[in-house]
Design a protein around this ligand. Sequence first.
Ligand SMILES: [Zn+2]
Length: 384
Amino acid sequence: MNKRPLPRLLATALLAATFVSHGALAAEGAEPRAKNVIVFLADAAGVSTLHAASLHGHGAPLQLHIQTWPHLGLSETSPVDKWVSDSANGMSSIMTGVQTRNGVISQGPDAVRGSRDGAPTKTILEYAEERGLRTGVISTQSIADATPAATYAHSNDRKKWGEIFPQAFSPRYGDGVDVLMGTGRQKIGEQLAEAGTSFDALGRRHDRPIHASLAEVVDSDARPVVVTDGLDVHEATLKALDILQDSPEGYFLMVEWDAHTDDVRKGLQNIVDFDRLIAEVQKRVDLEDTLLLFTADHSFGLQVDGGERGEPLLQGYEQWKQAVDASGTKDDLVRLDNVLVNRTHTAEEVVALGIGAGAHRVRGYFPSTHLFQVMLDAWGWTAD
Ligand SMILES: [Zn+2]
């Protein structure tokens, strides 16, 4: 063996190599943890609907911002007893990691819709609240409807808005949803009245005013609640982000934008608008410490089966719309020149897309409950 001291040059090279390998280990082994997670939920946006939205909004395929995200998988959405999911099981499965029954909000499959509670299943928002993160829920839909409700409430029936909405103010973990903004003011108000309460009474009891518009929220309010009948979700989301980004411990935010294509032009335009919002949000976050997920709670029966480049996708829409408005009837099947819509939820997998910290776990085929695990793993948490 050569006992002589290493030549200086070689020693230096070895030392440098050691540093390099440590650096590489740090980059590969200790993977970046997410501090923040944002879920963008396009309700009923199947793969074919996203494709059609790109054709409708941009005149070509693959033009949506989300279609540039590097990680994707196919998420299977069925409830425990059927092939086709509604929003209640669809979103509960993503939020809790437990597959359940249609109509049931974040309770186990032991629930009987409308008559018997199942075991409450802990939502990712509740995990975040328990750990001191700030949380937000924004929706184009009623804030008590199934998709937003599955983040903060537990109920054996998605229709029980009078029971669901007040749960935002009586959380099981932490101080509950910090930023809550959505629509449905009139209908939630009616159901609260039936349950013997009101927005005013709830707001007073919990010392949290329930605003009727975004404009009523003062800048100093870090925990605003807005229930309105027409919400600018773009503005609401950026407002929520401003508030949540002040959180030292990080945040969880869920934004739902309806994408049902019963009215095909409205549904596709919703996706185009949602996609623009997502691009804007992405510019405002640091992907080193933030996970962005995009998915749907279930698919929907839409097919593009014709059309030519350079021509609008939705030819024949105006005639269809006039006929529907004139007759007052809703055909089950919408037959435009290039697009067929059967106006029902469908069972095939929906796409899940991810970018940022922990997004690499979004890949392959998986049950939608896997997305719950993707979020937990991104934060480095373990399930109870
Ligand atoms: Zn849905």
